[in-house]
Design a binder for this molecule. Sequence first.
Ligand code: FAD
Length: 447
Amino acid sequence: MRKRFVIIGGDAAGMSAASQIRRLQPDAEILAFEKGSTLSYAQCGLPYLIGGVVPEARNLIARTPEEFRDKYRIEVFIRHEVTKILPEENAVIVKDLAEGSEKRFSYDTLLIATGGHAIFPQWEGRDLEGVFPLKDMDDALRIQGWVRKEHVSKVVIVGGGYIGLEMAEAFHHLKKEVAVLDLAPQVAGTFDPEMAHLAQQELEQNGIRVALNEEVVALRGEKGRVTGVETKTGFHPADLVLVAIGILPNSELAKNAGIELGVKGAIRVDDRLRTNRPNIYAAGDCAVHHHRVKEAEDYIPLGTTANKQGRIAGTNMGGGDAHFAGVVGSAIMKVLNVAMGRTGLSEREVKQLSVPYEVVSIRSRDHAGYYPNGEQLHLKLLYHKENRKLLGAQIVGKHGVDKRIDVIATALYAGLTIDQLQELDLSYAPPFNSVWDPVQQASTVAG
Ligand code: FAD
C-alpha cells in the first residue's frame, strides 16, 4: 500500500515539508490541507505588498496548488480546515469551508504546520470597520482595500514590534499620517532601549508619531467605522487601526488531540520535530524552537525557522534523519532608512537569566573613513563575564548591518568568544569596511 502523508497548513513549514517528503518518497501520497485561500506565499512580504513596494499579491506566491499537483504530485486542498486530529485512529477530520461538508482522512504520518495567529484582544470596538490584524494574505488584501479608501488619512498602529514598524514604513510610503502606540516604554521590544531609541528617532524624523506607555482601553467609531483609539491617557484619531501586538501559536488542534505543549503554548517537539504522539510531527510558528544560547525551549516565530523546521520534519517523515540545531535569536528589520539587527540575547534577557556578563558598545562607521558617504553604525556586544563567550549583539545603522549581525550569529552558533572575533578573516575593501571591521573593533574595545 502507498504510504500517506498528511500536512495541516499550507505555508512555509507545511509546504517545505511536503516538498522534502516528495524528494525522499517518490511514490507516496501527500495531502496538504490549507484553511485559507492562498498557500505557499511569502508572509514576510505582506508589509511591502501593502506599501506598494511589491506590486501584486501574486509576486509573493511561491507555488500555486496546480504547480504542487502537476509538478510534485502533492494534492493541495485550499479552504479546507482540519477540525480534529484522531491520533488513536491515525486520522484527521477535514471541513470543506466552501461546501460546509466534513470528511475523514487517514494518515500514516502527520505534520502539524498550523502557524500562529495575531493577538487581537477583546477590546470594545474591535469589530469596527477599519480595524485589522496582519497575519496572512487575506488580512493584507483587506488592509490594502481599506487604505485606498478616500477618507483614510490617519493610521494608528497598536504595537511597535517588527510588524508594527514595517507597517509604519508602509503607511508612510502611502502618504498617511501615522502614529505608533506601544504599551512599553520603547518600540522594538526585542532590542535594548538605547538601540530601540535609534529606531524611534528615525520614525520621528520622518514625521511618524510615537506614543509610548500607552494602554489601549477601546477602539472608538461612528456608524460602524473606526474613528480612533482610546488609551488610558488619551485619544488617537484614526481611520485605520492596525493591531500588531504579537503572535501566538495555533496549537488548539494539537492540544485537543492530547499532544504536549511547551513554552507559550507552542507544540513541544524534539530535535527531529517529533511530538509526543507517534507519527505526528510539528514545525514552524505552531511549534517550540530550541534556543542554543539559552540552552532552553523558546518560541521565536520566524520564516527562516519555519522553512528550516519544515524541511527537517519532511526529511524525518520521509525516512531520513535530520536534526534541528536550534535558533540563536537572529532577526533584522528595516525601519525607513535604518536597519536593525539582533542576535543572541539582549541585555534584558541576560539579566533575566542571571548570566554574568560584560557589555561593549561602540559607534563606528560602516566603511573606511576616507571613502565617501560613510554612515554611523551602532554596535552593542554582550559576552559572558567568565568564559568570554559571546551572548548577543544588536546593530543599528544605514548600511552593512546585515553582514555584521550574520557574522555574529555565526559566531554564536559556533560558540566563539569575544576575543576570537578578532581572529576572523573577514573580507575587506574601503567601500565596505575598515581593515578592522566594526565587529572586530568592538572585540578590541572589550580588551
Ligand atoms: P504560517 O505561515 O502561518 O502558515 C500556517 C498555515 O496553516 C496558514 O496558512 C493557516 O491558514 C493554516 N492553518 C492553520 N490552521 C489550520 C487548520 N486547522 N487547517 C488547515 N490549515 C490551517 N519572518 C522572518 O523570518 N522575517 C520577516 O521579515 C518576517 N516578516 C513577517 C511579516 C509579517 C507581516 C508576518 C505576518 C510574518 C512575518 N514573518 C517574518 C514570520 C513568517 O512569515 C512566519 O514565521 C512564517 O510564515 C511561519 O510559517 P508557518 O508555515 O509556520 O506558518
